[in-house]
Design a protein around this ligand. Structure first.
Ligand code: GDP
Ligand code: MN
Ligand code: MN
Length: 255
């Protein structure tokens, strides 16, 4: 197999509501079949208008309370609450679950890389968003290109943020190694590799976080894999979520 190539997509403009992301990226990249395009959720959301002016948001009582507790603008807190299906932790920062299963700090609501006084929401259905981009690229470039929509996320146990996949299309999220034989003849029983997060992590590295202006990254020669799309733990499986909720209620942070 050929070596993997990783190419940041440079020269994209500042994205505004109504922009056609697939067309803009296809104008910069000569795609090949099997390529994987990672794009920052930020530009997808800006293009689709998943943004709000803080001035247009009215904070609820809960948002005011949490704003005081965490030292944040209550209107920003309201945006976070609106984007959440379930609040797992209220303090020292809001950790919440979104409708499609992703769990993130402040529901992934951003105030960076957009004009002052505005917030950017994560796309409400990132799986559909990734599929839509894949189909549009197919139409424009006539190539089969997989798509990953990424966001920069914090994580448990380790300092530092990394890129996570919040939507994908064209391949499975997990590459399933269970049943494979290792170099010593042992059957692998546990290993399910979260391929989409590994690719999103490197894409995030190429993008940078501030003023790099590289919101899209193309991966070539990643090969193919088989597996499944059950990236998110079910409630029964998710020990961390259970413990956090219990600790939160012990500390008096009601939900
Ligand atoms: P997030 O990780 O999805 O929250 O997005 P970031 O705000 O970290 O941005 C990721 C990358 O995209 C960085 O290199 C930004 O400079 C770049 N970026 C963000 N918005 C735009 C935009 O509208 N146009 C361009 N060309 N780059 C952008
Ligand atoms: Mn973000
Ligand atoms: Mn980022």
């Amino acid at each position: 197999m050929e070596d993997i190539q990783v190419m940041g997509v440079r020269g994209l403009p500042l994205i505004h509501a109504g922009d056609d992301i697939a067309a803009l990226v296809c104008g910069k990249v000569k795609f090949e079949d099997g390529d994987i395009l990672s794009i920052a959720s930020t530009i997808y959301s800006k293009a689709k208008g998943y943004t709000k002016k803080l001035a247009d948001i009215t904070a609820s009582e809960r948002a005011v309370r949490l704003g005081k507790l965490n030292g944040e603008d209550p209107r920003f807190v309201q945006a976070v609450l609106d984007a959440s299906k379930d609040i797992i932790m209220e303090h020292p920062f809001i950790l919440s679950e979104m409708a499609y299963g992703h769990i993130g700090v402040r529901a992934g609501v951003d105030q960076s890389n957009i004009e002052d006084g505005m917030v950017i929401f994560l796309p409400p259905d990132p799986m559909k968003a990734a599929e839509g981009l894949k189909d549009e690229i197919k139409k424009i470039a006539k190539k089969n290109v997989g798509v990953i929509i990424t966001d920069t996320c914090g994580r448990s146990f380790r300092r530092g943020q990394t890129g996570n996949a919040i939507g994908w299309s064209g391949f499975t999220a997990i590459r399933d190694f269970r049943g494979d034989i290792d170099l010593f003849g042992h059957v692998l029983k546990i290993t399910e590799e979260a391929v989409v997060d590994e690719i999103a992590g490197f894409a995030n590295f190429v993008m940078g976080e501030s003023n790099n202006g590289v919101p899209a990254v193309v991966f070539r020669n990643c090969g193919r894999w088989t597996g499944h799309d059950n990236l998110y733990f079910t409630n029964d499986e998710d020990i961390t979520k259970r413990v956090l909720k219990k600790e939160g209620s012990k500390a008096g942070f009601s939900r």
